[in-house]
Design a protein around this ligand. Sequence first.
Ligand code: NAD
Length: 468
Amino acid sequence: MRRWALFIDGRRVETESFQDVSNPSTGEIVGAMPVATAANLDAAVAAASKAFLRWKERPDSERAEACRAIARTVEANSEELARLLTLEQGKPLNGLGSRFEIGGAVAWTRHTAELALPLEVLQDGPEGRVELHRKPIGVVGSITPWNWPVMIACWHIIPAIRAGNTVIIKPSPLTPLSTIRLVELMNEALPPGVVNVVTGENEIGAQMSAHPGIAKVTFTGSSETGRKIMRSAATTLKRLTLELGGNDAGVVLPDADPKAIAEGLFWGAFINGGQTCAALKRLYVHDSLYDDVCRELTAYAKNVVVGDGLSEASTLGPVQNKRQFEVVSAFVEEAKEKGGRVLIGGDPSGGPGYFYPVTLIADVDHGCRLVDEEQFGPALPIIRYHDVEEAIAKANASSMGLGGSVWGSDLDAAKRIAGQIEAGSVWINKHGAIQPNAPFGGVKQSGFGVEFGVDGLKEFTTVQTVFC
Ligand code: NAD
């Protein structure tokens, strides 16, 4: 079994202790994660602080070129990264799995490389000249979850370094290996200390959010952890971008075509086995087409192959970890007890691996956890409604506000309803279709700040106004 190392200041750093990383499809150990100490973190902060002094002074074109070089290197090593990701995360190589994730990471890196934040002249006349400059913030701490580890690492790291910051990334202890490899590859295109990785349990993330040498934390993960980070970041008033949980609603209008929307609905909900922040997690369907939508979704679900991620035939893998498997199982059991009708799935077969079948539950409503909370797994509740106002009110009856969707044939009507959904992103006749040029972020307790595009890049800068 391979023992991995941290990567700090352009070189591998061995640790004394390790923790096993296992394959969620088989339970087999796939590698040993290095467990960083507080001293390792201090060394990473010192390296990133030193590198920042030079990196922020490099010409903008040089930083853009470094990001392009990273995209080329990651692309050249994409199959190795995809296999490592499948081994530790469980997602299949094919479909919307590991190869798709690495391809997305490359596409986002390429797009971000071409973004720029030129000087803005706010005033230039007899009363004087006023210029708005965007300056990098300093050392950025990036803390990532286990669902899309490589893609989210690139969403954090690339805009941060593109804008002139340096980075220390801490991946989830459940999926750390692909991030270590990613950082090794990035370092082939960067000066030492610009991107560093420390791994370990949650404490190392807590230490990062309190560390006086880190100026900003960009975090993707649960709302609960987001609150903890906000509390510990308060002492040093760190800048924060928090991309947190979601409980996205989809509303199917009476004029939708059930057969035409079934595939989009299915993948909107079941992408990555539902372990996606902006996946469709509650579906509201009008009474007039409720049975048709249930039938079409069930028919589509029957053809989906759930299996070991390394098998080329699989389009969905296992749930990533035991804790999440237990959450999904408990939510589905409660929904059944409260009268939920299982259309498909609902009964996990038992080990090895955390396989949970694709599950559709009809005839449920608010008042059960599968609807009220984030299941983050392959089980979708389908709720019947009678008038659209009721559906909108229920869609908004959540403390979360990441994404939402409206499904119907009359686009103008769908757009009007989309405007009433309390979410950072709303899609029409699709769900979760993010792209690198469109800002993405949550409202309410799904977080604050945005990622992607020029607005996302600005999050890694502070404003300096110069009065001449
Ligand atoms: P999590 O909050 O448990 O962990 C995320 C990261 O935070 C991990 O690296 C973990 O080690 C670290 N961490 C844990 N405790 C910490 C602490 N006290 N201080 C600092 N860091 C700490 O989340 P998860 O289970 O890995 O991911 C699932 C959650 O992430 C879901 O709620 C999902 O919706 C959310 N998510 C959101 C987005 C988004 O863009 N909004 C994207 C993906 C996932």
